[in-house]
Design a protein around this ligand. Structure first.
Ligand code: C5P
Length: 305
């Protein structure tokens, strides 16, 4: 039996370019891995690739072939020419489902690492990264962890220097948001504003030098001032109630606030661990979210526990 721990992510910068011909958007995506994470346990099975899930949101996790963990196991087996792969994957789910924290992608990355160990394949890390990119735009980062700039659709990664630990709070909403729907809403808002949404209309985004300096300096105040998410307007347009969540965390003393990825989870940067605990308690009492978790990062990517 192999257990792999895998982090969730928050995007401290999510710069979204125009819509490409292939349906994706070019990104300048600064991923940040946080300790809030899932655990995926792989064990031998003679019944093909099967899944189970535990945790408060387990009912919202699909246990069929659409689950990225199952797809990851199948892709790894196919890559190595395994004719009749068998594995049972149990997902202990702590990452909000459809929450903008790449929880499904995390499970895909964890399944790659867990099956690689269970089946004793010793796949090179570079190959795992390539397989991860086939599974989804956010899966390679869940393997890498830490902090990284993602270019292309998010899968071309460059690790970034970070000093120290940052303290975060995540406010979990009732229900998820569909990532494609949020990108579509972003395009619609750009068309409505008259700027256009195609990749010929929107300048290619780039990483913000002030944000990179704040990370390298371990400066939470400067990082808070530099947080940006080009999908935030779209997420707020689809889920206006998130404005009250962002306000509640800011009023509780968070240094900065933003929607995490495509949402609806909201992320708050705190001064220190005590500050994060206070912001989380205030958010839980505010009635503007289902629950709130204090956590920290950066942490490593998917690894055998
Ligand atoms: O790569 P992934 O399967 O996670 O992407 C899900 C959907 O999110 C895509 O089909 C696309 O609609 C949208 N997306 C995008 N641009 C990206 C990443 C994702 O438009 N860079």
């Amino acid at each position: 039996m192999i257990t792999v721990r895998v982090p969730a992510k928050v995007n401290v910068q999510l710069g979204v370019g125009g819509l490409r011909a292939d349906g994706f958007h070019d990104l300048a995506n600064v991923f940040f891995a946080v300790a809030l994470g899932d655990e995926v346990t792989a064990s031998d099975s003679s019944e093909g690739i099967t899944l189970s899930c535990s945790g408060p949101d387990a009912d919202a996790v699909p246990l069929d072939d659409s689950n990225l963990a199952a797809r990851a196991a199948r892709l790894l087996a196919a890559h190595h020419g395994l004719a009749d792969p068998g594995v049972h994957l149990h997902i202990a789910k702590a990452i909000p489902v459809a929450g903008g924290m790449a929880g499904g992608s995390a499970d895909g990355a964890a399944a790659l690492v867990a099956c690689d160990a269970l089946w004793k394949l010793e796949t090179p890390f570079e190959t795992l990264l390539e397989l991860a990119a086939e599974l989804g735009s956010d899966v390679p980062f869940a393997l890498l962890g830490g902090v990284a700039l993602g270019r292309g659709r998010g899968e071309i990664l460059e690790p970034l220097a970070v000093e120290g630990t940052f303290h975060w709070v995540f406010a979990v909403a009732d229900g998820g948001l569909s990532t494609p729907a949020v990108f579509r809403e972003c395009d619609r808002l750009r068309d409505e504003a008259g700027t256009g949404s195609a990749d010929t209309d929107v300048p290619t985004p780039d990483a913000d030098p002030a944000l990179l300096a704040a990370l390298a300096d371990g400066d939470a105040v400067a990082l808070a001032a530099a947080l940006t998410n080009d999908l935030q307007l779209a997420a707020l347009s689809l889920r206006p109630a998130l404005a009250a969540t962002l306000r509640a965390g800011t009023e509780a003393g968070a240094l900065g606030a933003l929607v995490s990825g495509s949402g609806p989870t909201c992320a708050f940067l705190a001064k220190d661990a005590d500050g994060a605990a206070a912001v989380a308690a205030a958010l839980r009492a505010s009635g503007t979210c289902r629950t709130a978790h204090a956590t920290y990062g950066p942490v490593p990517g998917a690894a055998v526990a």
